[in-house]
Design a protein around this ligand. Structure first.
Ligand code: ITT
Ligand code: NA
Length: 207
């Protein structure tokens, strides 16, 4: 059984389009390390989730990166949504630039305890070699191989429109339509998550 590790039901809804019924949500709040990029956050999360569940785990870390705000909220997107809210983040973006260009990014990290041919990240490989030589439990976790997949979609920040989707979807416009005005299938066809899921599903089917 493959576990889709997230506390966010909206992510799971979109993931179901790409993954078969052998997938279930694991509502597990893994430790999110502070980092400027999503990859190490997701990779750490996947190792922790795999250790917690004892089953293959797929972590989904995503964020909204606004050009004129130097990528803010980025890895802090969940915190910014909880504290400021989606509309105020939207206002900040449009105060900084008009049009306020931005992108959504999604990183999927898969861990099942097995070794893969090659880690996509040579730094990660070096970390693993070092970690394999220690007795420390947490450092040993760094030795668990993780496979990463990512997707990006460009768009711009607008006044909120639509009531589908979740999170920042109402303020993110792509080709004239906000993500909240799209069905899940329409969003998946162009979205950061759809692109990452497509790559994952292709790899998973033939691994
Ligand atoms: P998990 O970490 O438990 O998966 P989360 O909602 O905290 O759930 P993230 O840490 O990836 O997810 O935070 C990303 C933030 O960006 C959060 O506020 C989400 O609502 C938002 N977000 C992620 N993907 C999105 C999407 O496709 N559309 C709109 N907002 C999205
Ligand atoms: Na989170």
């Amino acid at each position: 059984m493959l576990r889709y590790v997230t506390t966010n039901a909206g992510k799971v809804r979109e993931a179901r389009d790409y993954l078969d019924s052998e997938v279930s949500q694991l509502d597990f709040d893994y430790t999110e390390i502070q980092a400027p990029d999503l990859e190490p956050i997701a990779a750490r999360g996947a190792r922790e989730a795999y250790r917690h569940a004892g089953e293959p785990a797929l972590v989904d870390d995503a964020g909204l990166f606004v050009d004129a705000l130097d990528g803010f909220p980025g890895p802090y997107s969940a915190y910014a949504e909880e504290t400021l809210g989606m509309e105020r983040v939207g206002h900040l973006a449009r105060d900084a630039a008009d049009p306020a260009r931005a992108e959504f990014r999604c990183v999927l990290a898969y861990c099942d305890g097995d070794a893969f041919d090659a880690s996509p990240d040579p730094v990660d490989r070096a970390d693993r070699a070092a970690a394999a030589a220690t007795d420390d439990r947490e450092e040993q976790d760094d030795a668990l191989p993780v496979k990463l997949f990512s997707g990006v979609v460009r768009g711009r920040i607008v006044e909120p429109r639509g009531d589908g989707g979740f999170g920042y979807d109402p303020v993110f416009e792509h080709d004239g339509t906000t993500f909240a005005e799209m069905s899940a299938a329409e969003k998946n066809a162009v979205s950061h998550r759809g692109r990452a899921l497509e790559q994952f599903a292709e790899w998973y089917a033939t691994r």
